[in-house]
Design a protein around this ligand. Structure first.
Ligand code: ZN
Length: 428
């Protein structure tokens, strides 16, 4: 049973590698640390609260910069490369520091890589996803752009060589969701770049009609439930979602083949893990469990129930329904809940307590069923949750058949939560 915990760069820079490792090993009883190699546009902790054991910052805002100094050479002759953080530009490799401190305590560090989402330097306009209005999303690469395959392949090979480890976790191999620096429903409606438009036309998708639908949706978001009742519209949307899933699966397969060649060449056993949305949401974002289960050696999904399954669902409902009418919010939530199979609760209840714990069990089971015999690791929410609920969350994941527990995350959790994790993992 894998037991890991994920960390962010500022945890190590603010607390020091030795303290972070001591807290993880001694308090949480965990010896596998998964370290972020590039941040997101994100508030830490998300979406609220403070970093309780960080001696420098109460809240940190990150900006999707890359944390691997000297990595520019990986991306030579590409039109763009990930933008380095000021610390990485100055030569600071926090993952190396952490790995040294971990090794001294018998722990290990694995890289956590973001495939398609980063801040970029250079000309990324040609390769990034575009909304239905043709607006580029400059922090997100299109899976169908030829440069993207080259970029992601070099990124992952670079990581494999630089940070020898038992596994690598590859995240953000999907289309954008609605969260980011701001909540935007339009960011979800991609990709309409020339490569995708041509490929969609070839697949028989009426691109012009799709754009008109999304235009209508952006003016009156509530129309989307009517679409589902109208068969031709519903079929068009389904074929668009399937096109996106095929696009991501095809890129994942190419990456997997590259990783396998590397494993054979280097006689290395580094496992290739994916980071996926829970099954309820995955298909909407281009992640098809049945296909992806064939091109990796396991995947973490994140059914963070208090947050609505890893998604900031409340922010999405407010973006769709507006902030003024509670009745409208309840209607939108009821429809989304049905669509996503989230169980029978009201928006008011959801905002109070999140999704029920059964969500963790059911999503993990659903993922296992779709993933053939491959491994599914469950992300366990340990922040913004009553400490006494962590044990029940772990039990729910295990009831769902989880092959591992990925505690999320070190910096957002309180020390009391880390202690609770320690009691659970030592007792199991
Ligand atoms: Zn595209």
């Amino acid at each position: 049973m894998e037991k890991t915990i994920q960390i962010h760069p500022h945890d190590v820079r603010d607390e020091g590698a030795e303290i972070v490792v001591a807290n993880i090993v001694d308090r949480a009883g965990i010896k596998t640390i998964i370290a972020e190699t590039g941040t997101l546009e994100e508030r830490h902790p998300y979406p609220r609260g403070e970093l309780e054991h960080n001696p420098v910052h109460k809240v940190v805002y990150t900006d999707a910069c890359f944390e691997v100094p000297g990595s520019a050479v990986w991306f030579e002759n590409l039109p763009f490369r990930p933008r380095l953080s000021p610390q990485a530009l100055a030569g600071d490799d926090y993952i190396k520091d952490l790995a040294e401190a971990a090794s001294a305590r018998g722990a290990e560090v694995m890289p956590w890589v973001k495939a398609l989402n980063a801040a970029f330097d250079g000309d990324v306009q040609e390769a990034c996803v575009r909304t239905f209005r043709g607006e580029p999303v400059p922090t997100w690469l299109c899976p169908n752009n030829p440069w993207t395959e080259e970029y992601v392949t070099r990124l992952i090979l670079g990581m494999l060589d630089r940070y020898p480890s038992r596994a690598i976790l590859v995240d953000r191999l999907r289309y954008p969701d609605w969260s980011g620096a701001t909540v935007s429903v339009e960011r979800m409606l991609t990709c309409f770049c020339p490569h995708c438009e041509q490929a969609m036309e070839e697949a028989g998708i009426d691109v012009d009609r799709l754009k008109r639908l999304f235009e209508e949706f952006s003016k009156e978001p509530l129309t989307f439930m009517d679409w589902l009742k109208d068969e031709p519209t519903s079929l068009l949307l389904q074929s668009w979602l399937r096109f996106r899933q095929r696009s991501i699966s095809s890129l994942a397969e190419k990456v997997w083949n590259t990783v396998r060649r590397w494993q054979a060449q280097k006689k290395a056993k580094t496992a290739f893990w994916l980071n996926l949305w829970p099954p309820s949401f995955a298909a909407l974002l281009g992640q098809d469990y049945a296909s992806l289960g064939r091109v990796c050696e396991g995947a973490k999904h994140f059914p963070y129930h208090r947050l609505g399954g890893g998604a900031d669902l409340a922010a999405f409902v407010l973006a769709l329904a507006g902030a003024d009418s509670a009745v409208r919010q309840e209607e939108v939530f009821r429809d989304l809940r049905g669509l996503l199979k989230l169980g029978d609760i009201s928006f008011a209840e959801y905002r109070q307590d999140g999704l029920p714990l059964s969500f963790v069990r059911d999503q993990t089971r659903w993922g296992k069923d779709l993933f053939h015999q491959n491994k599914i690791f469950a992300g366990i929410q340990i922040w913004d949750i009553p400490v006494e609920e962590i044990r029940a969350t772990v039990e729910a994941a295990l009831q769902g058949g989880a092959d591992g527990l990925f505690f999320y995350c070190y910096g957002w959790a309180t020390l009391a939560a880390l202690d609770a994790v320690g009691e659970i993992v030592r007792g199991s």
